[in-house]
Design a protein around this ligand. Structure first.
Ligand SMILES: [Zn+2]
Length: 207
């Protein structure tokens, strides 16, 4: 079985602009990660998306730990061999995925649909401790929400009740499945075309 530390992952960055190498029709080799699927052909993780750098992917191919499902147009070669860079690979051995996504800034925003949990605004988003830290409020799924900076300022170091600012909904720890459902509405901007089939089951319906 692959060791967890082998699994290098890259996160989404919605604010990232278009990749300049892409607009030229050429991908830099460093920008050719492989989407890693589990043995059941579902992504190993969604948030962050399970991506391996091309070197790790090729190493896993040679170690016969993965099958190549799709590849980039780009080739790498040495004197003795040439190989198209894999864009989608699948583990040969099933790894039990975790039920819950990582607690990250991106994932909190995604759970809260990139909107303030007090007024619904999508602008100037920050994070708010629902129960303030000075009252023992923790930095956790259940106590952190997306909040616009005006609401954050207005609420200050008070609880929603003290501030008269009820939450639009209770902050809960989402399952991977719930977060994935949210993610469909906010797709990242750097999906390679060969990844889409494995991320969205109804991609053809949306096209
Ligand atoms: Zn607000």
């Amino acid at each position: 079985m692959l060791k967890a530390e082998l699994i290098e992952r890259a996160g989404f960055d919605r604010s990232a602009g278009d990749d300049p190498s892409r607009s030229l029709g050429v991908r830099s080799i460093e920008n050719c990660p492989a989407l890693v699927l589990n043995a059941d052909y579902t992504p190993l993780s969604y948030y962050p998306l399970s991506l391996w750098p091309w070197q790790t992917a090729i190493k896993a191919v040679f170690l016969e730990r993965v099958d190549i499902i799709a590849h980039y147009d780009r080739e790498v070669h040495s004197q003795n061999w040439a190989m198209q860079l894999p864009s989608v690979i699948a583990l040969r051995q099933y790894v039990k995925p975790s039920e819950f996504p990582a607690f990250t800034r991106f994932n909190v925003f995604l759970r809260d649909k990139f909107s303030c949990q007090y007024c619904g605004s999508p602008h100037h988003l920050t994070f708010d401790h629902v129960v303030p830290r000075r009252l023992g409020g923790r930095t956790s799924w259940e106590n952190i929400v997306a909040a616009c900076s005006p609401c954050n300022l207005k609420k200050g170091g008070r609880t929603p009740r003290e501030a008269g600012m009820p939450l639009l909904g209770p902050p809960l720890r989402p399952t991977n499945w719930q977060l994935h459902e949210r993610g469909r509405a906010f797709p990242p901007n750097h999906l390679h075309e060969t990844w889409r089939d494995w991320l969205y089951w109804d991609v053809e319906l949306e096209a």
